[in-house]
Each structure stands twice: as structure tokens, then as C-alpha cells.
Ligand binder design. Sequence first.
Ligand SMILES: C[S@@+](CC[C@H](N)C(=O)[O-])C[C@H]1O[C@@H](n2cnc3c(N)ncnc32)[C@H](O)[C@@H]1O
Length: 299
Amino acid sequence: MADATTLRQQCLDQMEADPRNYFGGLAWLREAFMTVPREHFVPSRVWWPRPGDDGLYDLIDRDKTPNAWLKAVYRLRTPLITQIDDGAVPTTGPAKGWFTSSISCITVVIEMLRHLAPRPGERILEIGTGTGYSAALLAHRTGPGMVTSIEIDPRIAAHARQRHHALGVRAHTITGDGELGHPAGAPYDRIVSMASVRRIPPAWLRQLRPGGVLVAPLDTPFGWDLTVRLSATGDGAAVGRPVATVEFMRVRGQREVRPYADLGWPADADPRQWRDYEVRADQDGQLIQPTPIPTAVQP
Ligand SMILES: C[S@@+](CC[C@H](N)C(=O)[O-])C[C@H]1O[C@@H](n2cnc3c(N)ncnc32)[C@H](O)[C@@H]1O
């Protein structure tokens, strides 16, 4: 059985060979991925995200099957479930219910960070700390003390804090509702959400510096989310475009279904044209409009 470093290298090689261009040629992102030990953040008992024939999600226990656990940690496109039903289900055996926390899959985390493009010394706000893994990748890039990460679940936040401490990662993990951001640390150069929203929270827009970048998964009428990358205009608004298709668990306060018309979506939104929408969010709401990217004028 390969060790963690070998598995990490295999993941990197697979992502490098993939036409989706996960690292986008960014050396810092490759280095962060190879340096931060993902296995350090994964709890010893996690659920596999696909149900068995009995409809239950299998529990993978590091103490009982260490090789299977490590292999699962380094499955490129598989999130591992760390909480079901907001913690009502104990991690003692196969279970069913709603996934409420996970370590996001490798490809999704790398893609989100590529689009965020943080730079050394920048102030970063992350919403949805989860295990603390993505915050550690961010801190590796920005340097100590620059990442503030908010987690709504106190037990999950405590786990992440402890994992950061054990590895010497200097990030601030706040327990609270990430939809409110963290005004004490604002303005931020970049904000990234690791949980999806139906409506971009106005607090994020207020706490982003002019020209700052927001990357977040946005619910769509298409049956999946879109990662959007918006730039702050300086007046409490942000404008940008979808950059990737994705699926994320929703922030707690936005689980309830809402009519897409109330969320700024046109009635005839076309999933095949997802790249051609412009997303504008401000303090009063959001508007998603078809605005095809102009094709380059041929000489
Ligand atoms: C997909 S997990 C994040 C995974 C994480 N990035 C990692 O590397 O492990 C999403 C997290 O968002 C948290 N969450 C949900 N709603 C939230 C909110 N309103 N504020 C902060 N965290 C929230 C969940 O408890 C969950 O831990």
C-alpha cells in the first residue's frame, strides 16, 4: 500500500494530466497541495458518500481498515462525509441522512483555490472551515495569520482548530454564522465559500475591499451549483461570471428552497449556456443575466 506522500503525488499527476487544467500552471498551488497532509485533517471515522445496497453510507474506520481509510482520503473526486444531520447521527456505523459536513474532494478544493488566486500577505476570509484542510492550503500560500475561517458547527470548528494547532498552521477559526462574515477582520482581499448559497450574502460584499475577489458556489435552477468568481465594485456590489460547475452542501441558513425568480434568475435560464451568464450581486439582491463573452475579433 502506497504511503500518503506517494498517493498525493499520484493525485497531482492525475490532475496535471486532466484537460480541466486543475492547477492552471500555478506552482504555489501544486506546492501547497504536496506540502499540506490531507490525511492530517480527516477524522478517523468518516462515511463514504455513496450508499450501499441497503441504502446506508458505509463508515470507514482508520483504526480498523487503515489502508482503505488512507485510500479514501486520496480519492481525487470523492468527498468524505464527516457529519450527518448536523451531528445527530453518531459516527459509530453505517448511517443515512443529510450530509452536513465533509472534507471536500481534492479536485473541487484545488479548482476553487485556483480561481481564488490568493497572494502572499493577503487577507482571506473562508466560510465553511469543515476539517480545516482548505484553510491550511490557504494559509500555506498567504503566510501566518492571514486566513480567517468561519465554521457554524462548534464541534467541527474545534476539530479544525486542533488540527491546525497540531500542524503549526496559523489561521483563525471562528465559530459562527459565515453568512455574516467576520467584520472584525475586514476588509478582505479575497473571500471564498466552501458551502453553497442561493443568494450571495450582503455581508460578504460589504467586507470585500474594492477590487477584491469572491469565489463561491451558487445554487442554480439547473440541478447543480456553479462556482462564481466576482470582483467587488467598491459600492457594496460585485460582478463576475461562473467559472465551473460544482456540487456543494448549502450554508445552514439557506437550506430552504426559494423560487429562482426571487434569486435573480431568468425564467428561461439554459444549463447548456452556463458560461454565458453574468452574475451581479449587491446589498439588495442579485441578478443573473445572459451576457455572452464577446468572441475575439479576427484580424
Ligand atoms: C463542504 S464542508 C467544508 C469543507 C472544508 N473546506 C474542508 O476543507 O474540510 C462545508 C462546511 O460549511 C459549514 N457551514 C454550513 N453553513 C455554514 C455557515 N452559515 N457558516 C459557516 N459554516 C457553515 C458546514 O458545517 C461544513 O462544515
